[in-house]
Write a protein that binds this ligand. Sequence first.
Ligand code: AMP
Ligand code: GLY
Length: 428
Amino acid sequence: MNILILGSGGREHAFAWKLSQSPLCDTLFVAPGNAGTAQVATNLPLAFTDFGGIAQAIREHTIDLLLVGPEEPLVKGVVDYLRQQPDLTRLRIVGPDAQGAQLEGSKDFSKAFMQRHGIPTAASQTFTLDTLNEGLTYLETHALPIVLKADGLAAGKGVIIAETVAEAQSTLRDMLSAGRFGEAGHKVVVEQFLRGIELSVFVLSDGVNYKILPEAKDYKRIGEGDTGPNTGGMGAVSPVVFATDSFMRKVEDKVVKPTLAGLQQEGIQYVGFIFIGLMNMNGSPFVIEYNARMGDPETEVVLPRIQTDLVELLVAAADGELDKVPMQVSPQTAVTTMLVSGGYPDAYEKGKAITGLDQLDEVMPFHAGTVSQNDLVITNGGRVLAITAIANSLENAVRKSQEAARAVQFDGKQYRKDIGLDLIRYSD
Ligand code: AMP
Ligand code: GLY
């Protein structure tokens, strides 16, 4: 079968790498892709928000299965658009429609959804410009620190953790009346700060049945020891030592099952991935957020551990038959280290030649922001490469990933040297 993946990051390269290994996959396309996806698939020069162009490519290349990588096309309704095309009714799509993608596209929707279905999460209140004064008063008696979240998509930057009431009040004013985060900040969710350790849990849903994929820990801050500004993610590890069987049972019973039951009750036929950001608070899971897609760079450690044919799993999800496909997971540990451009997550330079990639062995260098130019691979984004290693121990996977991170060179390269070290200490 012919498969199209939408997106251009490390997540999409990892998907392309995995799907291309399946005997069920005939021709694989990625739109728009990067220099890495070009090694295992055919890149199509299409923006992932160009719905008309995507439909045309699906017809032209007789695509049977579409996998949507990033949130933006999902929230903007790419699935709804394609479902309305009378000649594409047989297309299998993995990704929720716009209503399902509201789990990520609106923090206000997702908080209300969790409240309706009794899913554990931080207590919260939502404010708009009309209720700004009420919000400012509400903040005066709120426990510190205070978490403020722009309602809409804000490229991972819409969460502010205010240490004082004054900071929280000025943030609320900035978002609601001064247009910080634009449209995304026209509603603000104010919530209680949760203390604990974070992890990411991934679910593949066919609308009724589900599979819980390997969990992962993401390293969000730019600096070692979790310091400095937030990024899209600087590295990831799977499995996570503190995700014990008993903790994961609680996640399944208190979070996964009620989430899927809630979606069904609300008439949302959710086919696709749900990425649940969780806080483990003294052994109990609390939902920080939902995403309507896989994580990046978490996908780069989750997929290498899945031994089952991913095409089979995705087809079963699209056909409502996930219960018929067993999933095997490797007990090995996968670690990925992200190489990023100088200056990232602020302004950064592009167009730097990358060297050393051909010297690597025993690792999977997933491309994020790269492009090919005259036989060279050059940098083309803030996050450039996610270098994944898989090994029998966390220590060995960390070592291999870090060695490769050192060996690959480009002007201004930065990476964290402490990916996974907290988990090694945790298990000691
Ligand atoms: P998000 O954009 O929702 O992923 O939030 C970014 C990060 O902010 C999360 O990964 C957490 O580290 C942190 N965060 C969000 N909400 C809370 C909360 N209620 N308590 C503590 N930390 C939070
Ligand atoms: N790594 C976090 C995310 O994909 O949102």
